[in-house]
Ligand binder design. Structure first.
Ligand code: TXA
Ligand code: MG
Length: 373
């Protein structure tokens, strides 16, 4: 039986004690809901993988409370998470400046791991992913739990990340005991993941809520090779391509077939429109547009297909912050809309939240190519 809890101080104190006792709690963060368990408890961590049906080669992010005193790398080490002597001395000051600027917030850093960590948390890697979330309820729960919480997104593996308690319930009902309801997530896409290498260079493993430009301002230009081509800071056992499995190509995916065009709706040439019309035939279509008012757009799309069309807009106001907040919820609604096929245009933004939006949409969909005639 899954129970949804309001975030009262009593409930949070109780759920903190349940976490210490090895139970799992779906908790709100500013990015997406996480499925949290005591990082030190092998059974709790194993249950996270089982509940999500997540492969063991995909490591978890460790979540920490904001420290009472100044935030520095020593804090990450004192919590039993990070091993500072694996971080080059020259990198430490700029890294600390970055962490102070972005934490609490949607930044995850991959650093050398403490020897005492469970191998299950890091999938046996020599590195660990860590972040301090910026959500008052997550912070209160972390303080109440008194242990660091390992938490992946609270969805079944490969599915759409949840940004509301109701979406967590849809994903994990009956599989977990507790969902702590902290309302709708403010950022709406997951944290940006950055790995710091032993030579002082860094790479973005997953674009997310903190724009990569912000990280560049502290750490300098990103190393140019793709993460797949270079081993991480220190790695053992794994092939480099296994090191960031969140990079798996199909992810965040609706169940309804979901296709992505290679140009904006407004720029589709007439021949492509005709091919798309022929391909869709009499199927019911769910449309995603990047911006604009769905009510006015729907008439235009109906004139193109003369059939059943429903339209969702990511950002009626054209604001990328709104688009990120809405993305996963809109994907859920599209999936539940009874459409036979879903179609989207690409996201036109390349800076700020643009890369995160593009990445999630690309992994959720398949590129549509006009069939040969
Ligand atoms: O915003 C977020 O980051 C959310 C909230 C709940 O904090 N969490 C989240 O977790 O997105 P998850 O498990 O869905 O994605 C974590 C990603 C995975 O792709 C995993 O491969 C990567 O982090 N990761 C974890 N540890 C890593 C490591 N040592 N090296 C490289 N990638 C790592
Ligand atoms: Mg996830």
């Amino acid at each position: 039986m899954t129970r949804i809890w309001d975030p009262t101080p009593d409930h949070i104190a109780y759920l903190g004690s349940r976490l210490r006792a090895g139970e799992l709690v779906a908790m709100p963060t500013e990015t997406v809901y996480g499925l949290a368990g005591n990082m030190w408890d092998p059974q709790a961590v194993a249950r996270i993988f089982a509940v999500k049906e997540r492969p063991h080669f995909d490591p978890l992010i460790v979540h920490l409370p904001l420290p009472g005193e100044s935030l520095n790398l020593g804090y990450l080490q004192d919590q039993g998470v990070v091993r500072i002597d694996g971080i080059p001395v020259t990198v430490r000051p700029v890294l600390e400046a970055l962490l102070r600027a972005c934490w609490p917030g949607p930044l995850t850093v991959v650093l050398p791991r403490s020897a005492g960590l469970l191998d299950l948390v890091t999938s046996g890697l020599e590195t660990v992913a860590v972040r301090i979330p910026n959500h008052p309820v997550a912070q209160a729960l972390l303080r109440a739990a008194q242990v660091p919480l390992a938490a992946p997104s609270a969805n079944r593996f490969g599915r759409i990340s949840p940004t509301t308690a109701a979406a967590v319930e849809q994903e994990l009902q009956g599989r977990i005991d507790h969902i702590l309801d902290g309302g709708r997530c403010g950022v709406g896409v997951e944290s940006t993941i950055v790995v710091c290498h032993g030579d002082g260079s860094w790479q973005c493993l997953r674009p997310g809520g903190i724009p990569v430009e912000v990280i560049q301002a502290y750490l300098g230009p990103e190393r140019s090779e793709s993460p797949q081509e270079q081993p991480l800071l220190v790695s053992r056992q794994r092939t480099p391509s296994q090191l960031a499995p969140g990079q798996l190509d199909s992810h965040y995916a609706p169940r309804t077939p979901f296709f992505r065009l290679d140009s904006a709706w407004s720029h589709l040439p007439p021949t492509t429109w005709q091919a798309l019309r022929d391909w869709v035939g009499s199927r019911k279509v769910g449309i995603l547009v990047w911006q604009g008012d769905p009510a006015t757009l729907v008439a235009w799309f109906q004139s193109q297909w003369h059939g059943s069309v429903r339209v969702w807009s990511l950002s009626p106001d054209g604001d990328p912050v709104t688009a990120a907040q809405q993305l996963f919820q809109v994907l859920r609604e599209l999936d539940a809309s009874g459409s036979d096929v879903l179609l989207t245009e690409p996201i036109p933004l390349t800076t700020g939240l643009g890369p995160a939006l593009q990445d999630r949409l690309r992994r959720a969909s398949t590129l549509w190519v006009a069939p040969e005639t």
